[in-house]
Design a protein around this ligand. Structure first.
Ligand code: F6R
Length: 359
């Protein structure tokens, strides 16, 4: 197994005080609720979530499956679906909405995933699935989704509670993956790759050797735009979400080649382009066309902003996708510390949910 790290480009020299700013003490001073422990725990979470999920069995075997979920929960479904499509040729629909596509019916399996179990959109889509007679599985730490499943005798995967949903990604992903047959070897390999990489990104690793600390220092004061191929699109979206929620900055995820047919013009001609930080997520299994597109786009934006390339490395596609997510998680946490913002609270999302609940 490769032990190399997914590293940003080497040309960066971090500010002299980055090591002091981002050591364990400095992280804990800003990180009041201990988000760092959850970021560290990603490898164990993936393995544990998968073990829990195996208890339900491969419920998605030979079925058309639709995964319904929002935010930090829904992204687990999107990453899994992208991997299953690329590696297994399997179509799994992912819905980040309160409405199900019209084609979902009684032959379908709907997997509702919501860490809190109380997200309005997910619950609405879940009830719609029940009305249509679809088979249903719930994944949550509790809440209304658990009550709905238990009340109707439906399969339910209980995930340990007490975290922010985004910090439970590994548990949610591992548990969800276990519902699809034949995923165990890949998930175990990925968990091992995450262990190896995680040790190289933790706060005790000095800045000069820590890819996440270096990247965080480069992103401070710039707005990241993360590019991925369609397979890496959910990985890019997870980067965006972690930058939004841990570091409290605006960030965007974008998909190539599509972005070359519109967004590229903005890079060429918008005077604001220099305030953005383009990040390209690269994989060794890119097709010839994908490689050409990525290389050409990177070179075209070079004149406006300094592009970062993250070259995912690992023994399998799933290991590369998840270790790239891990690098984004650590980078976002360090950026929060550099910005002196507590990574855990996302008060505005709570306020929005309260308002929607009243409506
Ligand atoms: C908060 C977070 C959010 C939530 C989203 C849906 O950490 O990541 O994106 O995941 O608001 O809530 P849940 O996951 O409870 O269904």
């Amino acid at each position: 197994m490769s032990t190399k790290l997914a590293v940003p480009s080497k040309s960066f020299t971090p500010p002299a005080n980055t090591a002091r700013v981002l050591d364990e003490t400095a992280v804990r001073r800003v990180d009041k609720s201990g988000a760092v422990e959850h970021v560290k725990a990603l490898p164990d979470q993936v393995a544990r979530g998968h073990r829990l999920g195996l208890g339900l069995g491969p419920l998605a075997a030979d079925r058309r499956a639709t995964i319904v979920g929002m935010g930090g929960s829904g992204i687990a479904g999107a990453v899994l679906a992208a991997w299953l499509a690329a590696e297994r040729g399997l179509f799994v629909a992912v819905v980040h909405d309160s409405r199900l596509p019209a084609w979902v019916g009684e032959d379908d399996l709907v997997i509702a995933i919501s860490y809190s179990g109380n997200t309005l959109e997910t619950l609405h889509a879940t009830r719609e699935a029940m009305t249509r007679g679809a088979d249903l599985v719930g994944i949550a730490s509790g809440g209304t989704l658990r009550d709905l499943c238990n009340g109707h005798g439906l399969p339910f995967l209980g995930i340990p509670g007490g975290m922010m949903p985004r910090s439970a990604f590994g548990l949610l992903f591992g548990g969800l993956a276990a519902l699809f047959p034949g995923t165990t070897a890949d998930v175990r390999t990925a968990a091992e790759a995450l262990r190896v990489r995680g040790a190289k990104l933790a706060p005790d690793v000095p800045d000069a050797k820590n890819a996440a600390k270096k990247l965080a220092a480069k992103l401070k004061g710039r707005t990241p735009i993360i590019y991925g191929t369609p397979t890496y699109a959910p990985v890019a979206r997870r980067w965006q979400a972690e930058l939004n929620e841990y570091a409290k900055v605006l960030a965007w995820a974008s998909v190539l080649p599509e972005a070359d047919h519109n967004e590229l013009v903005g890079w060429a001609q918008d005077p604001a382009a220099k305030s953005f930080a383009p990040i390209f997520l690269r994989d060794s299994t890119e097709s010839d066309i994908e490689r050409k597109v990525m290389d050409a786009t990177r070179d075209l934006v070079k004149g406006k902003a300094k592009p970062e390339e993250i070259r995912a490395e690992g023994p399998t596609l799933l290991a590369r996708m998840l270790t790239t997510i891990q690098l984004g998680d650590w980078t976002s946490l360090y950026l929060a510390v550099l910005r002196k913002v507590d990574p855990t609270p996302v008060a505005v999302i709570g306020r929005l949910k309260e308002r929607l609940a009243k409506g």
